[in-house]
Design a protein around this ligand. Structure first.
Ligand code: PMP
Ligand code: GLN
Length: 399
């Protein structure tokens, strides 16, 4: 029997076009691979030791005392907002009104999402430093924006920004610069000169700036963290994002924040209230205490991470990788070409089998995937014995 009915239409995919290109985050994929293969996980950036005991106890106390067990105020508990403002003032001389200019978020992840959803109109262009943290691309897409990557390229041992390229990337449709320093995954810390140029460009072209500074306390050697908001003309146009996850080694608590002018904070809050509304009640009280820890905590944390950096960097060098020693963050980007490899994806997928270690292919952080192909990222926020074992295993690669 013949039918006159037209052929069945191809079913419409359930995932919308904005998100279709993103798939599963590399962090979930690689952590699952580590679990499945029993490998050492130097992929996803989380410490294998919890943060200070007294801060854990502060969270327990808050929970027991019934502080934060019900919805906290939308902008965050006053104790934490005050502590965030005091931290910005004490470290950087930046003053923010805890009531109007500070917003607590569910990690930096929500702060990034809320800022982009609040500040972008569909079609607006966002300039971001490539390779970029994977949630940037997804959040720009969810906000209907277009991303315009400016690529950090290897230069004398670190990945650097080409300021002419940055200037050339600005068009009439550019609305926002999305900056990240210290930079994940390259470990680059932008210099005073680079930040000055970024600030001048933002002022000249009247751009908003969202700056992700979650690794502000993880800077090594002579590199110092300079918040973009401290540069001339920047406080009034900059949304600064911080997070307790990296600084206090409690990534699961998901306490992040935004500091910005009243107008910008209020805009970000407009989006944030419809994402989580609020999160992490009791943990907010604990992080308020953490932010008031003495300078010695931050110094010891940094010194400890520096030792770990040296340990893993040395191991990777001995294993034959070219190592870009990071000035900040707890990630080391390597070049795998000296090992006779060119494809970071294939290399990372095979690494558990070959050496019992998991790492992240930097290509996932690139629009121009081929540019990131030979680079692979290893996290060093792990116990010394774990890093030593990983280094020993990686040494077998060249054999
Ligand atoms: N930005 C960068 C650059 C990151 O590496 C991460 C991962 N910690 C985040 C944001 C997200 O931070 P959070 O865990 O506080 O959401
Ligand atoms: N920021 C962490 C990293 O770069 C991952 C956080 C996540 O899994 N979303 O490894």
């Amino acid at each position: 029997m013949t039918s006159s009915a037209s052929p069945a239409p191809t079913p419409r995919p359930v995932l919308n076009r904005r998100l279709a290109e993103f798939g599963t985050t590399i962090f979930a994929e690689m952590s699952a691979l580590a679990l499945r293969t029993g490998s050492i996980n130097l992929g996803q950036g989380f410490p294998d030791t919890d943060g200070p005991e007294e801060i854990r106890e502060a969270a327990v106390r808050a929970l027991r005392d019934g502080r934060g067990n019900q919805y906290p105020p939308g902008p965050g508990v006053p104790e934490l907002r005050t502590a965030i403002a005091a931290h910005q003032e004490r470290r950087y001389g930046l003053t923010y009104d805890p009531d109007a200019e500070v917003l607590v978020t569910a990690g930096a992840t929500e702060a990034i999402a809320a800022a982009l959803l609040a500040l972008l109109e569909p079609g607006d262009e966002v300039i971001a430093l490539e390779p970029y943290y994977d949630s940037y691309a997804a959040c720009i897409a969810m906000a209907g924006g277009t991303r315009a990557p400016v690529t950090l390229r290897p230069h004398e041992g670190s990945f650097r920004l080409d300021l002419d390229e940055l200037r050339d990337a600005v068009t009439d449709r550019t609305r926002l610069l999305l900056i990240n320093t210290p930079h994940n995954p390259t470990g680059t810390v932008l210099t005073r000169e680079e930040l000055t140029a970024i600030a001048e460009l933002a002022v000249e072209r009247d751009l908003l700036v969202v700056t992700d500074e979650v690794y502000e306390h993880l800077v090594f050697d002579d590199a110092g963290h300079l918040p973009l908001a401290t540069f001339p003309g920047m406080r009034e146009r900059t949304v600064t994002i911080g997070s307790a996850g990296k600084t206090f080694s409690f990534t699961g608590w998901k306490v992040g924040w935004v500091t910005a002018t009243q107008e910008l904070t209020s805009a970000v809050r407009s989006a944030k209230q419809f994402l989580t509304y609020v999160a992490s009640g009791p943990f907010q009280y604990a992080i308020a205490e953490a932010l008031r820890l003495p300078d010695s905590y931050f110094e010891e944390f940094r010194a400890d991470m520096r030792v770990k950096r040296e340990l893993l960097a040395g191991g990777l060098e001995q294993a034959g990788f070219t190592v870009f020693r990071p000035a900040g963050t707890y990630f080391i980007t390597t070049d795998i070409r000296p090992l006779g490899e060119t494809d970071g994806f294939a290399f990372c997928r095979a690494l558990p089998e070959r050496a019992g270690v998991v790492a992240i292919p930097n290509a996932v952080f690139y629009d121009h995937r081929e540019q990131g192909a030979p680079f692979v990222r290893f996290a060093f926020c792990k116990r010394t014995d774990v890093l030593e074992e990983a280094a020993a295993r990686l040494k077998t690669l060249g054999r």
